[in-house]
Write a protein that binds this ligand. Structure first.
Ligand SMILES: [Cu+2]
Length: 257
């Protein structure tokens, strides 16, 4: 049988140093990957910027913690593995370490508390009523389509019922969301916003579109056989284009679909 190799302090130090370097490299790779790969669709609202910033803060906080935990586990498995000749030996009887336990409870608690506070601030900001004007759009989910209604405060005349969703850039939109049958979820991925459409109650969220273009609107709650087809498009246009669109819809209601 092979004799157990006694480890010198020098070997131990070298093993720890190598592990620390590997952990730092893994952390850097994790954080860089979260930036270089575009994981999400375009950001088309101020809320999307806030939400994605929060996501990046969470990633930057989580990657080092994940790497630390995995590194300690892998290092312990490898460094303290059973060596030939130790088959019948038991580990040292350790009952605890109060200082270490206080430390590893207090630090994660502080990290969690700060992340929770920051998340709260972001969500609160996203839901805040803007100082400027706000436009209301009524959204109705029904198996298996979305329809929209622009109240007279927007049209200046009779409410406009349509299956098209146009909103002007840089103006806050208050989506009041209803359902006629079952629970749906009104999701605009490019805005990073989603809320359930629930029969009997009105839910809402606000968004300030800040990027021109057309983006998918998706029902994100299984609502029946046609759920996967329950999609629509939101068009973010300039205020002038929005007014022109409104004019076309209200003057020729027959073509409003
Ligand atoms: Cu659905």
């Amino acid at each position: 049988m092979e004799a157990p190799v006694e480890e010198t302090p020098e070997m131990s130090r070298r093993a720890i140093a190598g592990t620390v370097v590997a952990a730092l490299i893994a952390t850097a790779i994790g954080i860089v990957l979260s930036y270089v790969i575009h994981w999400f669709p375009a950001q088309a609202s101020t809320q999307a910027h806030n939400t994605d910033r929060l996501y990046h803060v969470l990633v930057i906080a989580s990657v080092p913690i994940f790497v630390l935990v995995v590194t300690v586990i892998l290092f312990s498995v490898w460094h303290f593995r059973m060596k030939p000749g130790q088959e019948l030996q038991d580990g040292p009887p350790i009952h605890g370490n109060t200082r270490l336990e206080v430390f590893w409870t207090a630090i994660p608690a502080m990290i969690l508390l700060s992340l929770v506070s920051y998340s709260f601030v972001v969500l609160h900001d996203n839901e805040k009523k803007p100082a400027g004007p706000e436009m209301v759009v009524e959204v109705t989910g029904q198996q298996f389509a979305w329809s929209y209604s622009y109240p007279s405060s927007v049209t200046g005349g009779a409410p406009l019922n349509t299956t098209q969703l146009y909103v002007p850039e840089n103006e806050s939109v208050y989506f009041a969301i209803h359902s006629k049958d079952v629970i749906h979820a009104f999701w605009i991925p490019a805005f990073r916003l989603q809320i359930d459409a629930v029969p009997g109650i009105t839910t809402h969220y606000r968004a300030t579109p800040d990027r021109l273009g057309s983006y998918p609107v998706v029902c994100n709650l299984l609502c029946g056989v046609g759920h996967s087809l329950m999609r629509s498009t939101i068009h973010v246009v300039t205020p002038e284009q929005f007014q022109a669109w409104l004019q076309r819809q209200t003057s020729a209601p027959a073509s409003a679909s």
